[in-house]
Design a protein around this ligand. Structure first.
Ligand code: ATR
Length: 264
């Protein structure tokens, strides 16, 4: 994030720095108080603090509450306000990359039990998509997730599967967009997260991982001539939305894209 936020701050002529601060779990409230006292405008919060941040803010935007996590904080004079730009950033990334609104797609989320997966699944439910399939290795996480999703998107047809569920291939084929929100693909030697036969040509495939730029999932999808995109656009769009919470009436998209261009 410093790599895309600092150029945007500089381009807007704002005299400020975007710095990294390492925080121990359980210390977020105290850290926010100290940042506020030091004159910070706001901050981003990343794993593993996104759930704790929701509790540590004095005012949480309803969308962030629905998504269950806070990744952007603004220190106003009266409140420490929490927002979530991961979910809305994903909506923009899909629209931008595939030219199709998320709300019109049937979506499978693979690795839906992690922080990113839960936020993106919740965003899909909030968009009232027709069909949502969530897949996770740890099946115990699925029931509570599905209950939360059903409350957010009562009209969405929601299915939860483990990787060894015999319906996996058929459910995958019934979806338009396959999204990897797991960490599988980050490390060299990682396998393709989905078993053979799940992907078909015509699928849109989005991996929230952007480094490496082509994960084993995207490589398998490319073989089938699927349209594929990595998570760089999500990183950029969540960053744009965060920046706009701190500095309204700005549009840092072009600067952030330029700053991240060498990565793509
Ligand atoms: P967080 O985003 O909360 O930090 P994470 O530990 O990075 O979580 O994991 C993100 C997702 O990747 C989870 O859905 C996780 O599955 P579990 O809920 O079963 O832990 C998934 N994941 C990580 N390694 C995996 C693997 N080898 N196979 C399948 N899924 C995996």
């Amino acid at each position: 994030s410093p790599r895309l936020q600092q150029p945007a701050v500089d381009a807007a002529g704002i005299d400020a720095g975007y710095i990294r601060v390492e925080v121990e779990p359980g210390q977020l409230r105290e850290t926010f108080d100290r940042m506020r006292a030091l004159g910070f405008i706001g901050c981003n919060v990343t794993v593993p603090h996104k759930f704790e941040a929701l509790e540590a803010c004095s005012d949480v935007h309803p969308e962030a509450r629905s998504l269950g996590a806070v990744n952007t904080v603004r220190f106003d004079s009266d409140h420490t306000r929490g927002f979530n730009t991961d979910g809305p950033g994903f909506v923009r990334a899909v629209d931008d990359e595939f030219g199709q609104p998320l709300s019109t797609l049937k979506v499978m989320i693979v690795g839906a039990g992690g922080g990113a997966g839960q936020a993106i699944a919740a965003q899909c439910a909030l968009q009232a998509i027709e069909k949502l399939v969530v897949v996770n290795r740890t099946v115990d996480k699925l029931d509570p997730l599905v209950n939360r999703l059903r409350a957010l998107g009562p009209t969405t047809d929601i299915t939860a599967l483990s990787f060894d569920d015999p319906r996996l291939i058929e459910e995958c084929h019934a979806c338009d967009l396959i999204v990897n929100t797991s960490s599988v693909g980050l490390k060299a030697g990682d396998p393709c997260i989905l078993p053979a036969g799940c992907l078909k040509s015509g699928h849109l495939v989005y991996d929230t991982i952007y480094q490496p730029p082509v994960t084993p999932l995207l490589a398998a999808a490319n073989e089938l001539h699927c349209r594929t995109r990595n998570g760089l656009s999500l990183l950029i769009h969540q960053g744009v939305l965060a920046f706009q919470h701190w500095f309204p009436q700005t549009d840092p998209l072009a600067v952030m894209r330029q700053a991240m261009a060498p990565v793509s």
